[in-house]
Write a protein that binds this ligand. Sequence first.
Ligand code: NAD
Ligand code: LMR
Length: 338
Amino acid sequence: PSNLRMEGRCSSLMGANCRAKGGAPGFKVAILGAAGGIGQPLAMLIKMNPLVSVLHLYDVVNTPGVTADISHMDTGAVVRGFLGQQQLEDALIGMDLVIIPAGVPRKPGMTRDDLFNINAGIVKTLCEAIAKCCPKAIVNVISNPVNSTVPIAAEVFKRAGTYDPKILLGVTMLDVVRANTFVAEVLGLDPRDVDVPVVGGHAGVTILPLLSQVKPPCAFTPKEVDYLTNRIQNGGTEVVEAKAGAGSATLSMAYAAVKFADACLRGLRGDAGIIQCAYVGSQVIELPFFASKVRLGRNGIEEIFPLGPLNEYERDGLEKAKKELAESIQKGISFVRK
Ligand code: NAD
Ligand code: LMR
């Protein structure tokens, strides 16, 4: 069978983990929606990650080609492709981390919530299979609208009796990546030296950069605060408009997704001090889901950090974010409960 050919003699005789060198753990990662605009570069970047020993690529179209292509990269991970619903469960069995970029992207003029009608059902179906086949895997949800798809995933897992809020994370890393880039431009710094916490959610006013907490510590004029907040909140739309109907952010998203996945895997490995922003089941404010800084470890989310001191501009932003977030969360929950 073609899978065996891709794994080579060593794996077929000794198991895929023989590829992990020096006693390091080799994690098994599945990408659902792997043939898409995000899925393909994400698959390439995950194949380059030395923490990964097995990479499963699942989609409803085109996975044989993407799998053949990626499998020729001379890195450690063994790649297997899975095509169509009937192969979904095989794609998931034994996985440590499942990344979900499946679903339709925006076109100019659309909000992320306009994707709900198609993507809610896709995420629900995929999460039902995760609950059945790998209920202990960490799940990274990328599919939009993230503010609703994470509550959908949680509700599916609750119904299946497998919900563990520590291992379900909505990926808001692209907001942080953008914030670091735009703030670095204003400050004249290298973006790699900048750290901007972005809390709330992942759509419009729910994206709340905490510019008062930027590291290294710095001061912005009110004009800079307005410019940066608007640019970070509308970064997705900026790309959607520039692509003019050909989709939304894919390359920067794949970069952000792999940065986030790598943090999850380093946490699982037991590395200390792994802190990232993510949209998670939370008690940081009164809403049941909220993005804030979390510490990742062997059990997934080990700690969720409070927001810290907010200035007046950020407190106003938080109030606006809460209203929209509450509606998006309720919409996701109702979709599964009805
Ligand atoms: P795309 O259309 O290029 O790719 C989506 C892939 O999903 C396609 O290959 C498609 O075949 C696949 N797919 C559709 N239904 C499926 C199913 N039932 N099971 C498995 N795969 C299925 O879209 P894209 O640009 O890769 O974007 C994917 C999603 O990610 C969109 O919803 C987009 O809005 C979202 N997104 C989120 C962020 C974020 O920051 N969280 C950033 C960018 C994009
Ligand atoms: C993004 O922030 O780039 C994504 O959520 C895609 C989008 O629709 O903007």
